[in-house]
Design a protein around this ligand. Structure first.
Ligand SMILES: [Zn+2]
Length: 241
């Protein structure tokens, strides 16, 4: 059960077997029915990463378009870092006795925390990965890069106000993010905070008293919104559009 609820968070990809280990929602062997005796099973994920970008063979998007798309949309860190085997049910990503106990406790109906809410079978794993990195402050925003000594101008490009680009601004307080969240809230007939710390905002987001079915849809919409904000930011920063 522990293995089933663990997966690799890709850093430099050097520790993870590309085909046989779980770093998407399931292993590629299972997804593509690849023969387990194939010599390619020794290939590491690092073989498909170059300069912190995915570098898949051209033919992969023709042969396996859905899987190739899923891989390309899996976020990578801005600087090389070790791969991390995460326990999907914990806030820290680490497995401990108490968190194992929590797993059983939650099966008796005790409310879960944010970490358990983002890993769901109906949520594409790269959306959950983005949220996991975001809530652990592991996304390469300008302030994070500056902390690593990279000289770069720290201005949010999604709004005209010259704010420092940090995670709370980008995903909650920026006028662009607020436009997304308030539109979503209006669509669902509810409300969301107009500013505040990241985790407070997410707690408020997840506290809505919807029916279970609507709550799943609300969660998927929230994770989709986070991805939309991140993609918009990257398009503007790297493609100027
Ligand atoms: Zn902004």
């Amino acid at each position: 059960m522990v293995y089933q609820q663990s997966s690799w968070l890709i850093g430099d990809g050097k520790s993870v077997l590309f085909w046989s280990e779980k770093w998407l929602d399931s292993s590629l062997v299972d997804k593509l029915n690849v023969s387990s005796c194939c010599h390619l099973l020794k290939t590491r994920v690092a073989a498909f990463i170059s300069n912190q970008q995915w570098a898949l063979p051209m033919r992969s998007s023709t042969l396996f378009p859905d899987v190739a798309k899923q891989i390309i949309e899996t976020p990578l860190p801005s600087a090389p870092e070790c791969d991390l085997l995460i326990w999907e049910n914990s806030t820290s990503g680490l497995f401990s006795f108490s968190e194992g106990y929590d797993l059983f406790r939650r099966r008796f109906g005790v409310q879960a925390d944010w970490a358990t809410t983002i890993w769901k079978g109906f949520i594409p794993p790269h959306f959950s990965m983005l949220a996991w990195r975001l809530f652990h402050l592991k996304l390469p925003t300008v302030d994070q890069l500056q902390r690593r000594g990279i000289p770069i101008v720290s201005v949010c490009q999604l709004c005209p106000f010259g704010h420092v680009e940090d995670l709370p601004h980008l995903f909650v307080n920026c006028s662009f993010a607020q436009h997304v969240w308030q539109w979503l809230a209006c669509y669902y007939g509810t409300y969301l905070p107009s500013h505040g710390p990241l985790l407070d905002f997410w707690d408020s987001f997840m506290s809505k008293a919807f029916s279970p079915q609507l709550k799943n849809l609300w969660l998927a919409s929230g994770l989709f919104a986070l991805m939309a904000i991140w993609k918009s930011r990257n398009k503007l920063r790297f493609e100027n559009k």
